[in-house]
Write a protein that binds this ligand. Structure first.
Ligand code: DGL
Length: 270
C-alpha cells in the first residue's frame, strides 16, 4: 500500500515529512533525482522526460500513486503526463492545487466560478521554470478574481541547498525577497512555490517581515493526500516498504538530507 513521493532532489523531503507525520502507518517511497537537479533551469521537455522516468522507477516499488513533490515538475510536466502518458491504473498528483485551494478558501471539488477572496496581493517565490510556466496564475484564475500576483524567479537557491551551502542560500533568499519587494512593497501573502524553500523558511520570514502570511505546501499536500486516499483507496499500491532512493550519490545525499532536516535519513541508490 505504498505511495511514491518524487522530487528533483531534497526539497520533496519537506512534503514527505508532513505526509509521514500525518499518516505514520503509510509506507512511503521517496525518490530524489539528485543526479539531474536543479530542474528549475531545464526545458519543459527535459523536465517531462526526467519526471516520467522517476515516476516509472516508483512504479517498480509498488507505488501506483505518486506525488510530484516538486512545483517545477507539477508546473511543467504534470498536465502533459496526465493527458498523454499516464496509464489508467496509475495516478500522479501535483503540489499546486492544494496550495491554491487554501489561498482561495476552497475545498476539493468546488468548481464554482471564480470569486473575490480576502487576499489581494500575493508574492510568489519559485524556480525560473515554474515562474515561466505561469501555471500558478492559471490555476488561481480558475478560482479567484482580483488577485495581483508578483512572481520572483529565485535562481540559485535550489543549487545552494543541494550543495549544503546554507549561508549562500540565505543570502540569495534575502536578495530575491528584496527584488520582489521593489515591485510589490506590501504583499499580504507569500507563497513558497518550490518544495526546497521551506528548508529556508526562517530566512524568507525574516526578509519578508511580520504581517506577511507565508504559505508552504507540505502540510496542505499531506492533508489533501489523506482526503484523496479516503476517496480513492484503490490507488494504494502493492509496495510495503518505506525507502529513500536517489539517482545521485547516496552518501552525499544522505549527509545533505540529514543536515537540512536535522535528523538522520539514509538514502539508497535508485
Ligand atoms: N523542489 C522543486 C520545486 O518544487 C525543484 C527545484 C529544482 O529542481 O529546480 O520546484
Amino acid at each position: 500500500m505504498a505511495v511514491g513521493v518524487f522530487d528533483s532532489g531534497l526539497g520533496g523531503l519537506t512534503v514527505h515529512q508532513a505526509i509521514a507525520n500525518r499518516m505514520p502507518d503509510l509506507p512511503l517511497v521517496y525518490l530524489g533525482d539528485n543526479a539531474h537537479t536543479p530542474y528549475g533551469v531545464r526545458t519543459h521537455d527535459d523536465i517531462f522526460d526526467l519526471t516520467c522516468k522517476g515516476v516509472e522507477r516508483l512504479w517498480q516499488e509498488g507505488c501506483d500513486l505518486v506525488i510530484l513533490a516538486c512545483n517545477t515538475a507539477s508546473a511543467a510536466a504534470l498536465k502533459r503526463m496526465q493527458e498523454t502518458w499516464l496509464p489508467q491504473n496509475k495516478r500522479v498528483l501535483g503540489v499546486f492545487v492544494p496550495l491554491i485551494e487554501a489561498l482561495t478558501e476552497r475545498h476539493w471539488g468546488d468548481n464554482s466560478p471564480p470569486r473575490e477572496v480576502a487576499i489581494k496581493h500575493v508574492a510568489l517565490f519559485a524556480t525560473p521554470a515554474t515562474v515561466a510556466s505561469r501555471a500558478f496564475q492559471r490555476e488561481l484564475a480558475f478560482r479567484a478574481i482580483g488577485v495581483d500576483v508578483e512572481a520572483q524567479p529565485c535562481g540559485g537557491v535550489v543549487d545552494a541547498i543541494e550543495d549544503g551551502d546554507e549561508m549562500l542560500a540565505e543570502a540569495l533568499v534575502r536578495s530575491h525577497v528584496e527584488a520582489l519587494k521593489r515591485r510589490m512593497p506590501h504583499p499580504e501573502a507569500a507563497i513558497l512555490g518550490c518544495t526546497h524553500y521551506p528548508l529556508m523558511e526562517k530566512a524568507f520570514r525574516e526578509a519578508l517581515g511580520s504581517g506577511v502570511a507565508v504559505y508552504s505546501q507540505a502540510g496542505l499536500v499531506a492533508e489533501s493526500l489523506e482526503d484523496y486516499l479516503r476517496r480513492r483507496p484503490e490507488f494504494l499500491g502493492s509496495g510495503t516498504q518505506s525507502r529513500f532512493l536517489t539517482t545521485g550519490d547516496p552518501e552525499r545525499v544522505t549527509s545533505k538530507a540529514t543536515q537540512f532536516l536535522r535528523h538522520p535519513i539514509r538514502f539508497e541508490a535508485a
